[in-house]
Design a protein around this ligand. Structure first.
Ligand code: HEC
Ligand code: HEC
Length: 308
């Protein structure tokens, strides 16, 4: 009996601490590659009609997303998914809501080819950029070679590797500064653990390391037969309504929320989570505390954004 109690205690202490880790303070990146990647990230020539860049949908002056319910691609075409943040995305175990890209390199090519996003192709992009002498010089300097698909994607990924938002108050707290959180924020973290949010939102990104079903306890009526998530990749019935658990880092800046962009406030979103994932009807005090905790996950802007 005592042994079981001890094991439970051990598990819960593991859950409360080691399951969440701070992000790197200064991620190791090749600065030259990352700065070239930064130029590419902001370059509208990656789209068919030179109107859209990665930054159009991933605004780095805000939360790394576009603050729209659904993203706007070329010719004002509207997608069916809410854009996730690109900040700290290197920590995700796979990319996209349905996890169809295994890493950032596999991811980066997709919006370029997506007809409702950038509507172009890699050969087209290589051709356009090759007409720019400044780029030719830069690629030669950084890659000792010409402008190729491989080099373009590599540079973009290196830039994304630098898009880490360090020293959020919660990270300072994790590193031992007990004054980094207020009493209310600490209570919010305690609730986050005791309600079991942490069983899905954990790891460095408080998310991004597993697929989970939405509607575990209570199915979500408005999701019925809409975007099916992981099922689109595996075609397995049991994967319907499974999505990559999103990161909660910088979440106060990334409204609207969920893949469906259904809610504009954190309180509504947390209430949705509690209802559908945990079967709990929260009161306002509980929501305020969890919201206060979530706001401590806002980190500093990545250093690479101040460099050129
Ligand atoms: C038209 C808007 C749009 C453009 C342009 C765009 N994205 Fe995205 N991005 C999205 C949307 C929407 C998703 C989610 C799509 C999905 O999950 O299927 C996404 C997902 C991502 C993800 C995955 C994040 C995660 O947590 O899963 C990364 C990384 C990313 N984009 C980087 C880029 C890069 C790099 C570019 C430029 C080459 C780019 N995006 C261009 C809208 C856009
Ligand atoms: C069973 C796993 C699970 C549990 C438990 C869970 N979540 Fe989630 N959470 C998810 C998934 C999956 C999504 C994406 C849902 C979607 O797109 O419809 C999500 C989305 C969110 C979002 C929106 C993030 C964004 O950028 O769109 C917030 C905020 C959130 N959860 C907070 C919480 C809180 C707070 C709790 C505890 C009260 C909690 N979650 C419990 C799996 C879970």
């Amino acid at each position: 009996m005592k042994q079981i109690f001890f094991i439970l205690l051990l598990i819960s202490s593991l859950l409360s601490k080691e399951l969440i880790l701070p992000v790197e303070e200064s991620p190791k990146v090749d600065i030259k590659k990352a700065l070239l990647g930064k130029k590419l990230f902001f370059d509208t020539r990656l789209s068919q009609d030179n109107s859209i860049s990665c930054a159009s949908c991933h605004d780095l002056s805000k939360g790394g997303d576009d603050n729209r319910q659904f993203s706007l691609g070329i010719h004002d075409q509207i997608g069916e998914l809410n854009a996730p943040t690109v900040f700290n995305s290197k920590y995700n175990f796979v990319q996209f809501w349905d996890g169809r890209a295994r890493n950032l390199k596999e991811q980066a090519i997709q919006p370029i080819h997506n007809p409702i996003e950038m509507g172009s192709s890699m050969p087209e992009v290589v051709k356009k950029l090759s007409q720019d002498e400044k780029y030719q010089k830069l690629f030669l300097e950084v890659y000792a070679g010409p402008i190729t698909q491989e080099h373009i994607l590599d540079a973009i990924v290196e830039f994304e590797n630098a898009l880490i938002t360090p020293n959020a108050p919660f990270d300072l707290y994790l590193k031992g500064d007990k004054t980094a959180l207020t009493q209310e924020e600490k209570e919010g973290f305690e609730l986050f653990k005791s309600f079991g949010c942490i069983s899905c939102h954990n790891g460095r990104n408080l998310g991004g390391n597993l697929f989970q079903k939405v509607g575990v306890i209570k199915p979500v009526e408005q999701y019925k037969d809409k975007y099916l998530g992981r099922y689109n990749v595996t075609q397995k019935e049991e994967d319907k309504y499974y999505y990559k658990v999103p990161t909660l880092r910088n979440v106060e800046k990334t409204a609207p929320y969920l893949h469906s962009g259904s809610y504009t406030t954190l309180k509504e979103t947390v209430s949705f989570m509690m209802n559908h994932q945990l079967g709990i009807q929260p009161d306002d005090e509980t929501l305020s505390k969890i919201e206060a905790f979530l706001k401590t996950l806002t980190g500093n802007r990545p250093q690479i954004l101040e460099m050129d």
